[in-house]
Design a protein around this ligand. Structure first.
Ligand code: NAD
Ligand code: UD1
Length: 354
């Protein structure tokens, strides 16, 4: 076993191996880095800051009262990775680094295949070279395509994605499966996230999208703060209880805890393990608007618009496998997700640049 479990006390002095977190300055990576530090792990973050700011990591250190090592660099830089693995005793990698904007992936597919697929292949080559075989990968519920029924369990088939972003996730999942078949030393977790929202309760770290957000939660909170005029509700004629799209929104802190559980689990397993990280509850767009209005005390101006191409009607997880095998479940409800998002948005109207 290469992952050293941290001591139960707050001290981490006797941990010899470290966790490499790629993309750790980003939204989910920064919250997970915080959870790792709080649990007593030593953390090295590798991030090229294309979609983030090193300020998130300064704040992670502030909140935790612990230090981490930050390397600004690219997962496609093999020399840098080899240097990292040679100079540090790394026990496992949490791999968040990648591009994630669906619309942009249609316009710039090469960027997506390069950052996501080439980056992941490069990382695995460097890991194999360094004999580090524990990997937790950030996948997405998008790999299920348009499932026939809800909730979605891990046994559901994957489907041809409708955009290059989704395609990269499926390709990476597939090659990780091949890799694990080729060498039994690999122990890999594919974590299929549903819809991450929320922020740390301190209001110091949260989601800070570049430019106009594409996703519902950051868009809505920017409407509430007055940065955007109105929210477009994409379609009211879906076969759902109120006609708007239904998703499984999960608090980013629950998601971060899920990574720690997965990290622990893979140290006792080999091969590829797939876990859905969701709450098992679906909320509609209109329900989310109402919950956000209640939590923030702000009215969210919205207009009904056409369906967004590529959207599915509903998508929520069966989280039973993660509960049974990881002993993990999401604990935070919708009100907490909305309250924490609003606290972060109010305190940081310009994200980390403010
Ligand atoms: P994010 O953009 O906030 O974080 C990704 C981080 O990776 C950024 O800090 C970025 O600078 C960095 N990065 C990108 N390319 C890199 C490269 N080549 N080398 C080094 N660093 C690089 O995104 P996030 O929301 O935190 O998502 C993290 C991961 O989870 C991504 O792989 C994403 O596809 C996946 N995911 C996210 C969601 C979501 O809704 N946020 C849902 C499902 C899956
Ligand atoms: C989207 C991506 C998905 C990706 C995920 C996380 C698409 C088609 N899917 O998921 O691949 O893994 O983000 O990055 O882009 N909505 C509005 N108005 C808005 C924005 C969204 O009504 O301005 C609705 C959508 O129609 C959907 C729901 O809100 O019903 C959630 O949308 P969003 O936050 O973009 O997430 P997904 O579409 O689920």
């Amino acid at each position: 076993m290469l992952i050293n479990t941290p001591p139960s006390s707050d001290q981490n002095s006797n941990i010899t191996s470290k966790i490499l977190v790629t993309g750790g300055a980003g939204y989910i990576g920064s919250h997970t880095t915080l959870a790792l530090l709080n649990a007593g792990f030593n953390v090295i973050v590798l991030d090229n800051l294309t979609n983030s700011s090193a300020e998130s990591l300064s704040r992670v250190q502030r909140i935790s009262g612990k230090t981490l090592e930050f390397i600004q660099g690219d997962v496609r830089d093999r020399k840098l990775l080899d240097h990292l693995f040679t100079t540090h005793s790394i026990g496992a990698v949490l791999h968040f680094a990648g591009l994630k904007a669906v619309g942009e992936s249609v316009v710039k597919p090469l960027d997506y295949f390069s950052n996501n697929v080439v980056g992941s292949v490069n990382l695995c080559e460097a890991m194999a070279h360094a004999q580090v075989f524990n990997l937790v990968f950030s996948s997405s519920a998008t790999v299920y395509g348009t499932p026939k029924e809800m909730p979605i369990s891990e046994s559901f088939p994957t489907a041809e994605p409708t955009n290059p972003y989704g395609h990269t996730k499926l390709i990476i999942e597939d090659f990780l499966q091949s890799l694990a078949k080729s060498d039994p030393r690999w122990s890999i977790a594919l974590l299929r996230y549903f819809n991450p929202v929320g922020a740390h309760q301190s209001g110091l770290i949260g989601e800070a999208p570049n430019g106009t957000p594409n996703n519902l939660m950051p868009y809505m909170s920017q409407v509430a703060i007055g940065k955007l005029k109105f929210l477009s509700v994409f379609g009211t004629d879906y076969p759902t209880h109120d006609g708007t799209g239904v998703r499984d929104y999960i608090h980013v802190l629950d998601l971060a805890d899920g990574h720690l559980s997965a990290l622990k689990a893979i140290s006792n397993r080999t091969g590829v393990n797939i876990w859905n990280l969701g709450t098992g509850i679906g909320y509609s767009v209109l329900e989310l608007i109402r919950a956000f209005e209640l939590a923030s005390g702000q009215a969210v101006t919205y207009q009904i618009a056409e369906r967004r191409p590529g959207d599915i009607a509903e998508c929520w997880a069966d989280p039973t496998k993660a509960a049974d095998e990881l002993g993990w479940k999401a604990n935070r409800g919708l009100t907490e997700m909305m309250t924490d998002t609003w606290r972060w948005q109010q305190a940081n109207p310009e994200g980390y640049g403010g």
